[in-house]
Design a protein around this ligand. Structure first.
Ligand code: NDP
Ligand code: MG
Length: 383
């Protein structure tokens, strides 16, 4: 029986993971779950899966904490970001799936890697912000890193044990997000409600918005760079509106390998949890005869300027990816609360980088502090 710690259990990836666990209950048990503020859902999860340790990172009022302790006297409940790190440092688990959204997931990845555990990583921001520290730490402690992001799961499955020298290029596919067909002159009027609707995937708010701006694909290029040790010249992105081919590897001899399946995160989650085995599952069914045409195209720089800004920042490296990601997180909140237009997201991000002093190889403390500083600067300038 594999013991799983599930961070972000109440979110979109968390919910898909629970569906996988229901089907695969002969192989996995849940020993630790976390959420930010949604304590009702977390309690339901804890009861259904008989989880002993719960973490609520966003419940900070002592009276509410006391009330929850009264409701669950036999459970261990920890609070705050520090509570999550404590649970990860001391808890009993074999694999941790980090599905916290955004930069808030960074330190948890380090706590898991420090324990030498298997890290099933959905939180791409951990690698974007600190890949240069996380990858060496994983090597040092003997931890294992398995991607959950669908594109990276596809690449992971296709690359297998092949060395970088045999790879000509990897092609990360992109659905195009909510506005892939919207005329460019209507971008300024996009509402949060429209941006929160993804054509193919049902995901959390942040990654759905990042798909609409295509910033998500820039994050994924950086994620691939660290996961597979590939230079940026060997990582490309392709528009693929059907989201059936999850990514492709082009080898030096001109041959391509791709991974295909219906767009459903349960499959990459199962792959990450069961690796290196494959377990029988009925959760995701793909009928090739009903898929229709599969098409591929280039990403239009006018439609997706944030993707191209992200690529520039990726090549610069250092603290810049953290700064851009923080500016984007702040801009998304401003957009969702109606303070800025959709087209301002890119503008605010570009402005935040203008006078930013980069550091080539920042420490974790420098990353955490720059993340906070840029987020606050962008937020306060527009409040
Ligand atoms: P959701 O927004 O649906 O869920 C986020 C989860 O994290 C919730 O459990 C939430 O708790 C918790 N959370 C929110 N804020 C914090 C915080 N500050 N500290 C700790 N926990 C927090 O996100 P997704 O499931 O969509 O995405 C999770 C991660 O996976 C992201 O990094 C995303 O990029 C990545 N990913 C997601 C995909 C998808 O299909 N959804 C696909 C590929 C990658 P609460 O419910 O209490 O707020
Ligand atoms: Mg993805």
């Amino acid at each position: 029986m594999v013991k799983l710690a599930l961070l972000g259990a109440t979110g979109s990836i968390g919910t898909s993971t629970l569906a996988v666990l229901r089907e695969q209950s002969a192989h996995f048990t849940l020993s630790l779950v976390s959420a930010h503020t949604d304590w009702q859902s977390l309690l339901r999860i804890a009861e259904e899966f008989k989880v002993k340790t719960l973490v609520l990172t966003g419940i900070t009022y002592p009276r509410q904490q006391e009330e929850l302790r009264r409701q669950l006297p036999r459970h261990r409940i920890l609070y705050g970001g520090d509570g999550l790190l404590e649970a990860l440092r001391e808890g009993d688990y074999d694999v941790a799936l980090n599905a916290v959204s955004g930069s808030a997931g960074l330190q948890a990845s380090f706590a898991i890697a420090q324990r030498g555990k298997r890290l099933a990583l959905a939180n791409k921001e951990s690698l974007v912000m600190a890949g240069h520290l996380l990858i060496p730490l994983i090597k040092e402690t003997g931890a294992k890193l398995i991607p959950v992001d669908s594109e990276h799961s596809a690449l992971f499955q296709c690359i297998g044990d092949r060395p970088e020298s045999e790879i000509r290029k990897v092609h990360i596919t992109a659905s195009g997000g909510a506005f892939r067909d919207l005329p460019l002159d209507r971008f300024a009027d996009i509402t949060p409600q429209q941006a929160l609707k993804h054509p193919n995937w049902n995901m959390g708010a942040k990654v759905t918005l990042d798909s609409a701006t295509m910033f998500n694909k820039a994050l994924e290029v950086m994620e691939a760079h660290w996961l597979f040790g590939l230079p940026y010249a060997k990582i490309g992105a392709l528009l693929h509106p059907q989201s059936v081919v999850h990514s492709l590897v082009e080898f030096v001899d001109g041959s391509f390998l791709a991974q295909l399946s219906a767009p459903d995160m349960k499959l990459p989650i199962l792959c990450a949890l069961s690796h290196p085995r494959r377990l029988p599952s009925q959760l995701v069914q793909t009928d090739l005869t009903r898929l229709g045409d599969l098409t591929f195209g280039a990403l239009d720089p006018r439609r997706y300027p944030l993707f191209y800004l992200g690529l520039e920042v990726a090549r610069e490296g250092g603290l810049l990816p953290t700064a851009l990601n923080a500016a984007n997180e702040a801009a998304l909140q401003l957009f969702l609360s109606g303070r800025i237009a959709f087209t301002d997201i890119h503008r605010l991000c570009a402005e935040a980088l203008e006078d930013f002093a980069n550091i080539p190889s920042p420490s974790l403390e420098e990353i955490i502090s720059a993340n906070r500083a840029v987020f606050e600067a962008v937020t306060s300038r527009h409040n």
